[in-house]
Design a protein around this ligand. Sequence first.
Ligand code: ATP
Length: 503
Amino acid sequence: QEDDFKKVISHAKEYGYVFQSSEIYDGLSAVYDYAQNGAELKKNIREYWWKAMVNLNENIVGIDAAIFMHPTTWKASGHVDAFNDPLIDNKDSKKRYRADVLIEDYVAKIEAKIEKEVAKASKRFGDTFDKKQFLATNQRVVEYQEKADAILKRMGKSLENEDLADVKSLIEELDIACPMSGSKNWTDVKQFNLMFGTKLGASAESAMDLYLRPETAQGIFVNFLNVQKTGRMKIPFGIAQTGKAFRNEIVARQFIFRMREFEQMEMQFFIRPGTQKEWYEKWKENRLKWHLSLGMGEENYRFHDHEKLAHYADAAADIEFRFPFGFKELEGIHSRTDFDLSQHEKFSGKKLQYFDPELKESYVPYVVETSIGLDRMFLAVFSNSLQEEELENNTTRTVLKLPAVLAPTKAAVLPLVKKDGLPDVAHKIIEDLKWDFNVIYDEKDAVGRRYRRQDAAGTPFCITVDHQSLEDQTVTIRHRDTMEQHRVAISEVKSIIHKEVDM
Ligand code: ATP
């Protein structure tokens, strides 16, 4: 697993997807830059989300709020007082941990044991293996599962009650049962605020303390009434946006999974009080469908319903994805009640209510939100797509099977040789395609090597121009995933690609 993940990181660098930020100065911890292919992939994921959320829903509109917000925003939202993570230090190893993530890592170890048992049994029983039944009846697996559940439950309760001493004892107990740090010498658990502070204004006296936003959601809440009025929106309706958020994460690791500067794609859906259960279920289902539409394997997703609820929520679930380091949160769906709007009413003194023409009354709407990290989605797509295949001639090929709709480059146009007018034909094809898709030209090396290069870069199509092309205006089109090649008329190429890559 660890090796797989290392391969993901080095492939992302080698093929121009993700670089360590300020690499020539040895980088900055948990900050990354998207390179020439990464920026395209990220943009395509963002567009795929925007299309599904904003363009395909008549009652959802998109905005782009500023990163800087009036500082009272963060008092009202609760972030100044409560946007903390519990941190714990190990005095011997001098390592710092986020206590809840550390506990989740212990649980992941137990879950890995369960998966191992499942794999063993599935091998033993073959076609007759019934996973559900096995999970429910196998003594050892049931015990593991109970243990994992009990740990998470206890952690949830302790954090909710601010019982940090119990969080510490839980870590100590787990460390004895299943040593991970190799040491038992822990500090107390402390709360650590994750917001980055900065200053606005030129002179020291007039400067105003600001925060870099730790989530995009508040930019939507403070604009709720402006959008509702100017857009003549009727409840239920949604406001969506994508944009940067900043968190001073205690432990930054796992590549772009947990960054200090990252991008969120959020949608806040405003509803009548009392209908939150129904909308919460609807959005859970909707969002899972969106993920499944990319064809990355149903078995790689699962819901995790929260035991521990944030101060604003009455229900919350994560969509978890199977990353190279196990199932982890990819997206959150939260029923936030009227917490945020009510708080902003209180702190701003402005009414943030909606007059419901059917009920003939005004109320503060309830909110169900969907919140996904764009970088985390990038990692999900990228790591899931990277595969090594054994070919018939005993060689392996590295192929990045990105969903075609998301691939940064849709096609590479390759003249078989660099002469006889083949490059001219290739350039002409590019001229025609480039208005519709991101396409590239490649004439270096033997064509087989060029195919492999495009496979590894994630390009779904290669279009090869050869001598026959000069005679009959045809080319071969090669499909990345199947490696099949077909001879087609040049005039057909565009529609063939459209069919595969259009959203
Ligand atoms: P975690 O428990 O992993 O810290 P969270 O529950 O605090 O995440 P939310 O506040 O619900 O996360 O944020 C919504 C989404 O934003 C997450 O599902 C995740 O995809 C993304 N996200 C949050 N923090 C980060 C980060 N530091 N780096 C990258 N993406 C992030």
